[in-house]
Write a protein that binds this ligand. Sequence first.
Ligand SMILES: Nc1ncnc2c1ncn2[C@@H]1O[C@H](COP(=O)(O)OP(=O)(O)OP(=O)(O)O)[C@@H](O)[C@H]1O
Ligand SMILES: [Mg+2]
Length: 114
Amino acid sequence: MTKIEAIVREEVYQDLLDALKSVDIHGITVSQVMGCGTQKGYTRVVRGSKVDINMLPKIKFEIVVSSDAFADEVVRIIRKTAVTGQPGDGKIFVYDLKDVIRIRTNEHGVDAIN
Ligand SMILES: Nc1ncnc2c1ncn2[C@@H]1O[C@H](COP(=O)(O)OP(=O)(O)OP(=O)(O)O)[C@@H](O)[C@H]1O
Ligand SMILES: [Mg+2]
């Protein structure tokens, strides 16, 4: 099982949600988050003074899938939908997931996802 966590621009939220719902995912978590990447935010001039804007609003998607092949597919969809080529497009983190438990039934692992 694989967990994919993607931090993307706010503007791609709806398109990415639609793209992910069009494939066979069995669950998704979305959060509004704040973050910075390698640029550590940026500096903007506000009323003549430089202001550091370190933490920018982003959207985090979390998706757990049962197979490596499907994880690759989800990563491809995220990349295709979220890329502009400009700094700040975001990152995709891919984790090996130890276990999943469906609370209602106490199913574990792949059974708890599908
Ligand atoms: N190393 C990291 N650890 C945790 N979160 C990160 C990391 N890098 C990026 N993020 C998250 O992803 C968001 C977008 O990052 P961003 O796209 O700016 O990455 P980057 O490495 O600076 O790439 P780019 O040069 O394209 O901007 C950040 O606001 C932050 O929430
Ligand atoms: Mg950046």
